[in-house]
Design a protein around this ligand. Sequence first.
Ligand code: ADP
Ligand code: SF4
Length: 688
Amino acid sequence: MSRNPRYDILFEPVRIGPVTAPNRFYQTPHALGTGNAMPHTRAAMREVRAEGGWGVVNTGYCSIHPSSDDAPLPYCRLWDDEDIPVHALMVDAVHRHGALAGVELWHGGSDPGNRFTRVTPMSPSGVPVHRTYPGWMGLATPRPMDLGDIRELRGWYVDAARRARSAGFDIVYVYAGMGYAPYEFLLPQRNRRTDAYGGSLANRTRLIREILEDMKEAIGETCAVAVRFSTDALLEIPSEELPSEAHEIVALLAEVPDLWDVKSADWTVETASARFGEEGAQEPWTEFVKPLTTKPVVGVGRFTSPDEMVRQVRRGVMDLIGAARPSIADPFLPRKIDEGREDEIRECIGCNICVSSYHDGVPVRCTQNPTMGEEWRRGWHPERIPPGYPATCILIVGAGPAGLECGRALGQRGFKVTLAEAREDLGGRVTIESTLPGLSTWARVRDYRIHQIQTMANVDVYRGSLLTAQDVLDFGCDHAVIATGARWTREILDAEGDPAPGFASDAVYTPDEILAGAELDGPVVIYDFDHYYMGSCLAELLRRRGHEVTIVTPANAVSAWTFMNNELVRIRERMIELGVGIVTEHRVTDFRDGTARLTSVYRGGDESSIPSESLVVVGVRARNDELFRDLTADPKRFADAGIASVRSIGDCRAPGAIVHAVHSGHECARTIEADDGVEPVAWERSRL
Ligand code: ADP
Ligand code: SF4
């Protein structure tokens, strides 16, 4: 198929200083979870984006000096020449596909704690940064920088830029956003200097100007020098000439960098999940830049729709369509648009599991794209998969995310696949959960896979087919895959934090029952020790239905795990906005006669009661593995039926998040012929 001419504009080359991007698809810098420690993993994760048509592929934040150390979070570094080969590996991989490679040079100022290097952090005026969340807290405070420090900092940027050029990078950034050193110089609340680097806006902008000019002089003939700039706090500061200091900074530096990459300073806003931000939600922080400069502008907004991308360019919001998450979910997004296959795009669902991987300190993983992070160590490719024997017949029971992904990937491999689903609709939990407030994009997990399966003549789908063990045996397949999911239980937590039988009351509900339409009486208590989205989503749903709702959780925050995917603050704000009651660090220890009894999780803590006609327990999920256990209780039975293997996948194997189910389904499809379902995995090792 050929490209729709409507999208031609997205494939125009864009000049960036001395280099030219082959198109407008720009993978913005984003953390990958590999740092320098996994060079092969990292190179492969970036290469796949270049292969998929992204015209520019950037690194994540890359420290220029040991005084900017974000350990234990995985960041890259270019501290000395020995760090160059790690980057060259990635650059070569990106160049193999005709894309430009960029590096985001970073000095964090007061932001990183320098926990590993133990160098005292430094910042314009040594103003301590006070954080509220443990994950971002540090005990070190920065020291104020003197003029010698500023001179040195400029020198480190130049040294790192030269190393970047040696590694082969085409675009070299100055990261002047998100609370990092050059950005701190812009902020009056962090920059209290009275010398040439403080006070007036021209003075506060001086350091960025100098760094950009130094770098241009050092490497500007062959490399583009870009600036990444955060605008939100500065948009709030009025200026005399222009609407805000953000406008004025762009006007002052307009033609100095070769490219403007603009975004919010708040990572939880920049990476707003779909629950808290629509496609294009970043526009307020970006749209004012283009009229102030002739240099190309890039912005992000979780863009997956080519029509919206075209609109962004035509409306003059940006020249290059920046993307981190859409490029993770579908590394081949540009190629698919180019080849007229935009209906095959695996759209990002905005769940932020990728963000959580970075916080976990592991290579980025993705709910939609199970191959992300597996490119090097397992050789998985997002679009290609080894063929199988077409005569081999595989029966999959259950069409949730695990079953659908397994069916799709087995179908792609060419096997003869039958997918049987008890319900009339496909998608399992994503179909049900995408009806929760803010989660409608999650249905993309289902829709992408159904669309693919519909094009495969070798995959048959049977809806409304509740299979028994005997049905599976009678069906006569070579392999059976059981993907029958999991269910929420009424179990609660005991004093040790282990699940225990729940309360004997008809007014105790599970999320499954609420999602199936159960009517309940208020006031409602939601006892949430799952700590992810379900508790707060149900609170939102029930509150919007008019119930009085209180969330009780043993954790110290509502949906405490969502610190990992950057939703924590937004969820709390949503609960406050809706008037949902919140009781943290308590367990529900009794529920009867219209009352829930709460006990502090701390020894010597308080006990209290709140009115509650209904209790929703959100904590433990149990495997729907009765069919699997029936089939495997006697291996001879299925062997006699000619079935070589019976496997469980997804939540039926071990209840988890959707990302686990999709990965499990994909892994099963790649290893279906292996006796044990295990494939060799390569590890990157430090060499002595
Ligand atoms: P996962 O996340 O592991 O894919 P889900 O719970 O989303 O799990 O999906 C499991 C699917 O399996 C559901 O759509 C459910 O209707 C279906 N299912 C469960 N038991 C059977 C069965 N015996 N026969 C056919 N389908 C089943
Ligand atoms: Fe998008 Fe979720 Fe994948 Fe991240 S993990 S890229 S948010 S689908």
